[in-house]
Design a protein around this ligand. Structure first.
Ligand SMILES: [Zn+2]
Length: 408
């Protein structure tokens, strides 16, 4: 094999703990026969930005949101802030369905206007490929390859397998990605028992085997990448209720709540002391100053992306969070059969993005041939892009701080 074409089967949510012989015979055989490494991920539910830029979050800057430079506007009470959140958020969410111009529409205007959004706004297969080619004007393996000879495909539907098998891995690009997102999507909303998990893992395993056979027939090297697993949800934390009970005016702090992480910005010592105190009382959780995240490769030097983080233990969900609104939930539940369960139960059944040393967060880089070895038993998410470039015989661009972990 000497043409160095590489096909990456990127399967978010493929939990390394579920890769057993009975569930995933093909992957298990590859794990025995070929080089593999765990991936140390970011404490986030979105690791793709790090995977494809070869940079850490403080370097690529795609880390949900940061505060705007000037906070004057924040302190000023606006007329709209007198309208209850339930109405303003419903209007924003309704607008978002048609115009897509208001990311995270479920955050009320009073909190929203302090933030500059630094998210990748994935909307499933509608925009993922285009989006990654721009990636918020941050350079990546996709938008800065000198020859542009790269293909990125996305699907979050399990029943797309046969179509995908025809459409991908035809040897048209030096580097080709297929992001098969169905496992992550189903994991969040449906896979709450081992029986269901086994059935889906078995299907994904067969799909990967078929992709591998196609790649082999076309002389393409295949690599399997997962950037996290999923932890079954066992409990939830009503953080918004706790915040509503403290005796601190809303203009003295701001917050942003994802299901597996809450961030706080404080404008007074009183707010800082009271809120940190209640966060520390929540037992299935961790309270971290932004500098504590340095040990997870998140090296922000100032608190603009959040001063204090609250990250629950795996399996705990913060609910309600800033992405929850009954209207939004209903729309997604009706639009997507894979998310139908959320009409009756708006809480995810499994989640990820907790602190990276937990088993639920371990990603996997797995080769399907003996042409290379991987130097380490665990590599960083930012090492993936330089490693893939190495496989196709290209040197990494200067902006990538990750390191190729491949050896001959
Ligand atoms: Zn996910």
């Amino acid at each position: 094999m000497n043409n160095n074409k590489v096909f990456v089967a990127y399967i978010p949510g493929m939990d390394t703990r579920n890769l057993a012989k009975t569930w995933t015979p093909f992957i298990s055989k590859c794990l025995e026969d070929y080089a593999s490494s765990k991936i140390f991920t970011n404490p986030s539910n979105e690791v793709l930005s790090t995977l494809i830029t070869g940079m850490n979050p403080h370097e690529h800057g795609i880390w949900q949101l940061k505060t705007k430079e000037s906070l004057d506007e924040l302190r000023e009470e606006k007329l709209i802030d007198k309208i209850p959140d339930i109405f303003t958020v419903a209007i924003q969410a309704f607008r978002h369905q048609f115009f897509h111009d208001c990311d995270v529409p479920t955050i009320p205007p009073g909190r929203r206007r302090a933030f500059e959004l630094r998210r990748v706004k994935f909307r499933g297969r509608a925009n993922t490929s285009d989006l990654l080619h721009q990636l918020g004007h941050v350079p990546s393996i996709i938008n800065s390859m000198s020859d542009g000879n790269i293909i990125y495909s996305f699907s979050d539907r399990l029943h797309d397998q046969n179509t995908l098998l025809n459409n991908v891995a035809n040897g048209e690009a030096n580097l080709e990605f297929l992001q098969f997102h169905a496992l992550d999507m189903l994991g969040h909303w449906q896979l709450d028992t081992d029986e269901k998990l086994q059935e889906i893992y078995n299907q994904v395993d067969t799909f990967l085997k078929n992709l591998y056979e196609k790649c082999e027939s076309k002389n393409i090297r295949m690599v399997i990448v997962s950037d996290h697993g999923q932890e079954k949800v066992t409990g939830d934390i009503n953080l918004k209720k706790k915040l509503s009970e403290i005796d601190v005016p809303q203009n003295e702090f701001n917050y942003y709540i994802q299901p597996m992480q809450a961030r706080f910005w404080f404008h007074s010592n009183r707010a800082r002391e009271k809120i940190v105190k209640i966060l520390k009382e929540i037992t299935p959780g961790n309270v971290l100053h932004f500098e504590d995240l340095h040990k997870f490769n998140i090296n922000f030097k100032s608190p603009e992306y959040g001063e204090v983080y609250f990250i629950p233990e795996p399996g705990y969900l913060i609910f309600p969070h800033d992405f929850y609104h009954p209207l939004v939930n209903l729309v997604f539940g009706i639009k997507d059969p894979q998310q139908r369960n959320r009409i009756l139960n708006p809480k995810h059944v499994a989640y990820h993005g907790y602190l990276p040393h937990h088993d639920s967060e371990k990603g996997l880089l797995l080769l399907t041939d003996n042409l290379s070895k991987i130097n380490h038993s665990e590599i960083n998410a930012a090492d993936i892009a330089p490693t893939l470039l190495n496989m196709i015989g290209q040197t990494k661009p200067a902006f990538m701080t990750g390191i190729s972990r491949l050896s001959a």
